[in-house]
Design a protein. Structure first.
Length: 434
């Protein structure tokens, strides 16, 4: 089958404005510096120092140390003079509906749009032989967060220099610990969506599952919820020649692994996508010894928010039932990590409209781009309407198509300028239209 995606080598960069194209060398430089100094969640001190230093150079107001290493920058637009704002206020008052007390509704304050970028890396040893290879042993930016940070910095710089082009406020959130244990929730609890209150939020993920020159955007569920569990099966060990004297934890665990697959196959509506993955199973010390215990770790993923709580209950029912039938017992630990990423219809429409201006259409827009991967951007989207989208970054012609979390992951840095263009146009369209 012939691919319907654009060829990365034929991407039309004229759609990126000259001022942003001129930023491309700096974007690459920032990204590569960040790539050389990757840091794990809540340990991003060097990254935060670099981001803060740049924001200070550009005289952008910002707060540091939020949720340990997070940063929030605030850029206030001045694209409308007081007379224009007053005229708009008058028009709104003229069209306003009287309240129950007979008074007209208050004039809306200027809108606030937030942009979120994650800044943490992964515990992976990099195998790329490039000049900007990770200098931190066992830690690597293997998911593109270095690119996200560079794009957010480029957006901040451009907006600060072009504040006349929008009239509201932009908050740029540099968030730690997306990979684990999650920095979005503690940042929200620290008040990053307040003072001024955020009306909408957007974010992007560089995505090597899509080629350079594409944008994946859709309303509704984009990424899955993820829940986790650890379970220890407690049997009775013994000699491999005398199984009748034992309760074989390996056999019990094997039955549980198979039975867990029936949850999706027979308990979940076929219209709803879900997956249960047992990723770890450890038992035994020698071939002729029946294991006393078996330990397993697993993840559960789904899109439909109404399934929250269902898997927890069903997983334990299956484990308890099988253990009882074999005479074993169990110890189960189950917890929810991230909810699903649910995009707001109107903000998704805004992003798609912008994407149509930045990439070639229709083949450059990928509306059905769901993935069972999870993201704690979901916590922001539970608080305010917003949209998270994918920016294609793979280029097989340059050997830049390894998947995320691979030790040879890298991406086509041309996507950096495209990401800034996407964010800037979203800001201009949202804060002018609203």
């Amino acid at each position: 089958m012939v691919s319907t995606f654009p060829n990365p080598s034929s991407v039309d960069l004229s759609r990126i404005r000259l001022a942003i194209r001129s930023l491309q060398p700096q974007l690459v430089e920032w990204r590569r510096r960040l790539h050389q100094q990757p840091e794990l969640g809540f340990q991003e001190k060097l990254t935060a120092e670099f981001v803060s230093q740049k924001l200070q150079e550009w005289e952008i107001e910002h707060q540091t140390g939020i949720a340990h290493t997070g940063i929030v920058a605030t850029i206030k637009g001045k694209g409308q003079d007081s007379e224009t704002i007053q005229n708009r206020s008058t028009e709104r008052l003229a069209l306003s509906v009287p309240s129950a007390s007979g008074r007209e509704a208050e004039v809306q304050n200027p809108k606030v749009l937030a942009i979120r970028a994650d800044i943490d890396a992964l515990p992976i040893q990099e195998l790329n032989e490039v000049p900007y290879k990770s200098q931190h042993d066992g830690v690597m930016h293997a998911c593109g967060h270095d690119g996200h940070t560079a794009i957010a910095l480029g957006t901040a710089y451009y907006l600060q220099q072009h504040r006349q082009d929008f009239s509201g406020t932009v908050k740029i959130i540099f968030q730690p610990a997306e990979e684990s244990p999650g920095g979005a929730k503690p940042m929200i609890e620290a008040g990053v969506l307040k003072n001024p209150d955020v009306d909408a939020i957007i974010g992007l993920h560089l995505w090597n599952n899509l080629p350079l020159g594409t944008v994946g955007v859709r309303a509704g569920a984009l990424m899955a919820a993820v829940e986790c569990f650890n379970c220890t099966i407690l049997g009775k060990g013994g000699h491999g020649a005398l199984p009748h004297q034992t309760v074989d934890s390996v056999v019990v665990a094997a039955q549980i692994v198979n039975a867990l697959q029936t949850i999706v196959a027979r308990n979940v509506n076929p219209i709803d996508s879900a997956v249960v993955t047992v990723g770890e199973l450890h038992a035994g010390t020698k071939r002729n010894v029946i294991a006393d215990t078996a330990r397993m770790s697993a993840t559960v993923r789904y899109f439909n928010p109404s399934l929250k709580g269902f898997f927890n209950q069903r997983v334990e029912q299956i484990i308890a039932g099988i253990c009882q039938s074999y005479g074993a017992s169990y110890d189960l630990e189950y917890w929810s990590l991230y909810p699903p990423v649910i995009n707001d219809i109107k903000i998704a429409e805004l992003v798609q409209t912008v994407a149509e201006e930045v990439v070639e259409t229709p083949m450059g827009i990928v509306p059905e781009c769901q993935t069972m991967a999870a993201e704690d951007m979901s916590f922001f989207l539970q608080e305010v309407p917003g949209c998270y989208f994918f920016l294609g970054s793979a280029n097989p012609e340059k050997d830049l198509a390894y998947p995320h979390h691979h030790p040879r992951f890298d991406f086509d840095e041309t996507a950096l300028g495209m990401g800034v263009e996407m964010f800037v146009r979203c800001v201009e369209n949202y804060l002018i239209l609203n």
